[in-house]
Design a protein around this ligand. Sequence first.
Ligand code: ZN
Length: 100
Amino acid sequence: MEKQAKQEKDIRILETFIGCYCRSKHKSPKGVLCEECSELLAYAKLKREKCPLDPKPTCKHCHVHCYGKAQRAKVREIMAYSGKHLMLRGRLDLLWHYFF
Ligand SMILES: [Zn+2]
């Protein structure tokens, strides 16, 4: 897959995860993110776009550690939370462990 397409795919997955988390944790309406979650998504997008590594390793195995401590903890929480939800709904294809 070409670099741009991979990036867009990663960002779509992120949006799905954060959206799922925000809907059930923060009671946001479908398709809407609360301020906290949209900030995190913007942050994650930026980091993904600026990732200097190609192919990008999973963040767990990456030596760059581009995320700040707080954001990293938050994204991990979101991935674990939404990962469980999405798995229950049969969305294993999203590979929630891909990021962290
Ligand atoms: Zn939220």
